[in-house]
Design a protein around this ligand. Structure first.
Ligand code: UDP
Length: 259
């Protein structure tokens, strides 16, 4: 297991002891610590990128150097269930499951409580519009300053970058799927020094807008989210899960045997 130097995040915040699981970086934090770190980063100073790692992303990163580099450069890389499971198998302590959808929902709670501004980028036009209306209804004090769908040509992308630069939201959630969202987040952080927090949230807008069901709590707690998603969309997902999950388990078992 390779580690990177510890990173001090600030007073009252956990020291990040980054580890590697299945070739990708992971910060061993609890949900509460992840929320505290992001909350602190939203105050500003420099762009802070939050990415989520899971078995599928580790598999993608193994064949996609740009995605691997984006994960390396994340300021906070939280682990979903498979990574926490693998960390335990590898004898690495403290890697907890921090689900992307739940983390986004917690960050919206904090944003609402603290009056932080939020921008949503990603998903289809009707999905992101629906999510924006739902948030306005259900969280009337949330400062949702803008949103845009995630199907962008170069010109659209430039106008979204300009819009975010002008609005200066404290939290930008990017839901475009991997590796596109990681590429977009890296570009935002490079081009906009005033960017505060940008987080990659995959298919979360579809779930939070109510278009897709989130896995029930029993499945989430046991790492069976993927089985639930597979049952909802077998034609699209069976190959992905078969290939990525077998690769992932094989990789973890191999790493376990290495000195
Ligand atoms: N998406 C997007 N722009 C694209 C491709 C996808 O905004 O060019 C959105 C898509 O509509 C969906 C999300 O990205 O809302 C990805 O969902 P998926 O479940 O595939 O992502 P995962 O969480 O598996 O990475």
């Amino acid at each position: 297991m390779k580690t990177t130097p510890d990173r001090y995040a600030g007073p009252g915040l956990p020291v990040l002891r980054r580890v590697r699981v299945a070739g990708v970086p992971v910060d061993p934090v609890s949900m509460a610590e992840a929320v505290a770190l992001v909350d602190r980063a939203a105050v500003g100073g420099r762009p802070f990128c939050v990415l989520v790692t899971n078995a599928n992303k580790a598999w993608q990163a193994a064949g996609d150097p740009a995605l691997a580099a984006a994960l390396e450069s994340a300021d906070l890389a939280v682990a979903e269930w498979a990574m926490a499971w693998a960390a335990r198998r590898l004898g690495i302590q403290g890697v907890h499951h921090v689900g992307g959808i739940t983390l986004m929902a917690r960050l919206l709670d904090v944003a609402e409580a603290r009056g932080r501004s939020v921008y949503l980028l990603g998903a289809g036009p009707d999905v992101v519009d629906e999510l924006a209306s739902k948030l306005a209804r259900e969280r009337p004090s949330l400062r949702l300053v803008g949103w845009h769908h995630g199907y962008l040509d170069d010109e659209d992308w430039e106008s979204v970058v300009a819009e975010i630069a002008g609005l200066r939201p404290e939290l930008v959630f990017v839901a475009m799927g991997s590796p596109l969202q990681e590429r977009r987040i890296t570009e935002l952080a490079t081009r906009l020094p005033t960017l505060r927090v940008a987080m990659g949230v995959g298919g979360s807008f579809d779930v939070l807008a109510g278009r897709k069901k989130d896995a029930p709590r029993w499945a989430r707690g046991r790492g069976l989210e993927w089985l639930y998603r597979l049952a909802q969309d077998p034609a699209r997902l069976w190959r992905r899960y078969l290939v990525t999950n077998s690769w992932f388990v094989g990789r973890v078992l191999r790493d376990r045997l290495r000195p």
